[in-house]
Write a protein of this length. Structure first.
Length: 318
């Protein structure tokens, strides 16, 4: 356990300027997660690694910690990035918890994470979901779940991979403007009062997600009408972030990426019961979108920076 705690000064959708003192005060007031940690410390003692996670990623991190460190790991779901950071500040402020081995995991999102303490892991991509939008991951899923073999003479595995790459490119082009806009307004600073609340899915009136016919249905004007209280973004600002996203496809909003992947597998399921242009079995694969991270977790390799953080408890800062 470490006592280092830098000042946090980034602005999130739901909070203003964050200081160490504000984090501690908030964490003390919202102590449910700390109580969970304390109860697990009592139960498991020092022969365990305690993993503070946002929540949805509970099935993703602890087992990786167990595999890499060869010891028991338990998760403490904190219901969001802000709470993970607050718990880091709180636990770090209490010397009596120095003896416990802890890890903290958060998504990068479109936040400025430059002042994040190095004892908190931040994804190199937008979020954990982005790790599933990988050609190797999809290839393994095709082979193991759909039984579409890479070396089969029918060539359907490569057909699927080509389809995935094309449709993913079309999808990212269709959501590029909205991602750019959202990144820009996050940089300008969002508050609750601005009422920019994004769901897990890109609204259907904005993008047609039909595989084979993915297209954008919205404009900048539409976004401004939908979110009238958000900061105004210039075309120049949007172009800068468009260029960034094109150069860094892992930075696209992860929940939308996972939405696309679910649609892709749905398409293969329909193909399996119909023409079988891409599939080999009449039976599809049940992909519960709400549980996709848990269902497909084993197909995702642990990134090098994540592995190093798990081993050392310190994130390398460029």
């Amino acid at each position: 356990m470490w006592l280092v705690c830098r000042n946090f000064n980034k602005t999130d959708d739901s909070m203003g300027e964050i200081t160490k003192e504000a984090l501690l005060a908030s964490a003390e007031n919202e102590s449910t997660y700390f109580m969970d940690f304390n109860a697990k410390c009592t139960k498991y003692g020092t022969n365990c690694v305690y993993c503070f996670v946002e929540n949805y990623d509970l099935c993703f991190y602890p087992h990786r910690v167990e595999d890499i460190l060869d010891c028991k790991a338990v998760g403490i779901p904190c219901e969001g990035k802000k709470n993970v950071i607050e718990l880091f500040a709180l636990v770090s402020s209490k010397p009596e918890y120095n003896k416990y081995n802890v890890r903290y995991f958060v998504d990068a999102d479109f936040d400025d994470n430059s002042t994040m303490d190095s004892h908190i892991y931040v994804t190199a991509c937008y979020s954990v979901e982005n790790l599933f939008l990988n050609e190797d991951v999809v290839s393994r899923i095709l082979e193991n779940e759909y039984k579409i073999r890479p070396n089969a003479k029918d060539g359907k595995h490569q057909l699927c991979i080509d389809l995935f790459k094309k449709e993913l490119s079309d999808f990212r082009n269709s959501v590029l403007l909205f991602n750019s806009w959202y990144k820009t307004v996050k940089q300008k600073g969002l508050t609750k009062e601005m009422n920019v609340n994004l769901g897990d899915s890109i609204p259907s009136e904005m993008v047609d997600l039909s595989i084979g016919a993915i297209r954008s249905l919205y404009t900048k004007k539409y976004i401004e009408t939908k979110y009238p209280l958000a900061p105004v973004c210039t075309d120049e600002e949007l172009e800068v972030n468009k260029a960034y996203l094109k150069a860094n496809p892992g930075a696209f909003r992860g929940k939308y990426e996972l939405q696309f992947l679910h649609k892709f597998f749905e398409y293969l399921n329909i193909d399996a019961k119909g023409p079988q242009q891409f599939t080999v079995s009449r039976k599809g694969v049940n992909m519960d979108r709400a549980r996709m991270i848990c269902q497909l977790d084993n197909y995702v390799s642990t990134p090098k920076d994540m592995r190093e953080y798990i081993l050392t408890g310190v994130r390398k800062v460029a």
